[in-house]
Design a protein around this ligand. Structure first.
Ligand code: AMP
Length: 340
């Protein structure tokens, strides 16, 4: 028996990152949608017919100015990468409007120390971390905090190389040095529902990074001549299916991350999340990051992925899966299971 009418709720997000997918998925599930756009950036959301309503603000950082309006419309806000990055995880905690997912988990994905504690507790294999440049005894990847899409990352093999390269970034004080793993990067798109208590693997992607993904187009001797410095600036995402025998391990890893989150965060991890890893030639998995919300790589699968085709009769994107979670929660009279 249906306890609640989901049509009383609207689905809202800010117009960036994976908003097209989220809003399209919500409409496919029968929700009315709201897109909060920066002035002058409404075109994709009107052109692709995903937004029933558009609210324009000067800057996403002014989101709180329209929060009351969203509350009056009974909107549930879906966080995504840009939402968290524009508002900051601290300000997300202050939201009073309905928010899909546990807000507090966003601190754990944003803080490197907390993230590491969590992933190690889940039994995952992580690249080694170097605290002091003097300790560098193998290739490390140097990452700046809050770096937008890998911009400026560099590789160093020795303390000398590190000090040489860091000169190019005199104002950067906040960086992490991670063991560089030679292998292939894989992004696993998970979904965990508290209604079904089940973990799903929705899809995979790999990133298209400049210039890392183009260096192989130049002969090694030419690479040396032009003194290429590898960088990892994200420019797009590519589809991927995984060797099937690796799937059991990936399910286990995702389940352990959810289980372990219960120890650290009230409300724990649910909804979409992504484990970002390198798999080396011996099939060791090195997880270098977790995103505790929808990732942009899922945009490849607005019409569903080869994996969601196995489980669902209809095209199931991660955005649509979120909307379905909300719909099922409302209909079961358990909306608290999707809010946090
Ligand atoms: P991130 O900003 O942490 O998502 O990393 C951006 C990119 O850098 C990834 O997509 C990988 O290509 C690369 N990367 C990050 N960490 C490592 C690592 N520990 N070893 C090798 N490559 C890495």
């Amino acid at each position: 028996m249906k306890k609640g009418d989901f049509k009383k709720y609207k689905i809202a997000t800010i117009g960036s990152h994976s908003a097209l997918q989220i809003l399209k998925g919500a409409k496919d599930e029968g929700f009315q949608t709201i897109c909060v756009c920066q002035k002058g950036q409404t075109k994709p959301y009107t052109s692709y017919r995903v937004a029933d309503e558009i609210i324009e603000i000067d800057n996403f950082q002014h989101f709180f100015k329209i929060e009351k309006e969203l509350m009056a419309k009974n909107a549930i806000v879906i966080p995504h990468g840009s939402f968290v990055s524009y508002l900051g995880w601290e300000r997300v905690q202050q939201l009073k409007c309905m928010h899909y997912g546990t807000k507090a988990i966003l601190e754990w994905e944003s803080d490197r120390t907390k993230e590491r504690l969590w992933l190690l507790d889940a039994g995952l294999n992580l690249p080694a971390i170097f605290k002091h440049p003097e300790d560098i005894d193998r290739p490390v990847i140097v990452k700046f905090h809050g770096a937008k899409g890998g911009l400026g990352y560099f590789i160093a093999k020795t303390p000398g190389e590190f000090y040489d390269r860091i000169k190019e970034y005199p104002h950067e004080k906040d960086y992490a040095m991670q063991e560089y793993i030679v292998g292939v990067p894989i992004y696993v798109h998970y979904f965990y529902s508290r209604l079904t208590d089940e973990l799903e693997i929705m899809s995979f992607d790999k990133r298209y990074e400049s210039n890392a993904d183009s260096i192989g187009r130049i002969a090694a001797k030419d690479q040396l001549v032009v003194d290429i410095k590898t960088s990892y600036t994200i420019t797009g995402n590519m589809t991927l299916v995984i060797r099937e025998s690796l799937l059991p391990k990936l399910f286990e890893m995702g389940e352990n991350v959810v289980k372990s989150s219960r120890k650290f965060v009230k409300g724990w991890l649910f909804g979409p999340f992504c484990l970002e890893m390198i798999i080396d030639k011996d099939l060791n998995f090195y997880v270098f990051e977790i995103s505790a919300r929808i990732v942009a790589g899922t945009n490849l699968y607005i019409e569903g992925s080869p994996y969601t085709a196995l489980r669902y009769k209809e095209p199931m994107s991660t955005g649509r899966r979120i909307a379905r979670d909300i719909k099922q929660a409302v209909e079961a009279g358990q909306i608290e299971k999707v809010l946090g």
